[in-house]
Design a protein around this ligand. Structure first.
Ligand code: AMP
Ligand code: ZN
Length: 114
């Protein structure tokens, strides 16, 4: 999608601090980190929200989760722990309409979220 910021990162049109990449998934540091470690894991194909995920596309969520775990191991926070979050639509707090998994770590995170 031409006007999607995350598609532009996938295309290399906008710079990002990439921390992981495979055939289906790209991960990069969040511009506005909410924890000492804050990485976004995205599918390389444009899917606007979790509501739009088709059955055929569903396996990419597993690849995103496995990427998050690999990033956690590589960056050394797997043992202490981390949180993965996917925000959907307005009440979920979604601001970028290309699905993404937040990976937050480096401090104890409170629950429930605000
Ligand atoms: P959400 O509010 O769940 O849609 O999360 C969108 C996230 O994308 C926010 O945490 C933003 O800080 C982050 N973000 C937006 N634009 C960029 C960008 N160009 N590079 C890295 N992170 C971004
Ligand atoms: Zn996109």
């Amino acid at each position: 999608m031409t006007d999607c910021v995350f598609c532009k990162i996938v295309a290399g049109e906008i710079p990002a601090r990439v921390v992981f990449e495979d055939d289906a998934v790209l991960a990069f540091e969040d511009l506005n980190p909410q924890a000492p470690e804050h990485v976004l894991v995205i599918p390389k194909t444009h899917i606007a929200t979790l509501n739009d995920l088709s059955a055929a596309e569903a396996p990419v969520i597993g690849q995103m989760a496995r990427a998050a775990a690999e990033i956690a191991r590589d960056r050394g926070f797997a043992e202490n722990g981390y949180r993965t979050v996917m925000n959907c639509n307005d009440h979920g707090g979604q601001t970028v309409y290309h699905i993404h998994m937040h990976v937050l770590a480096g401090r104890a995170l409170s629950w429930p979220p605000g």
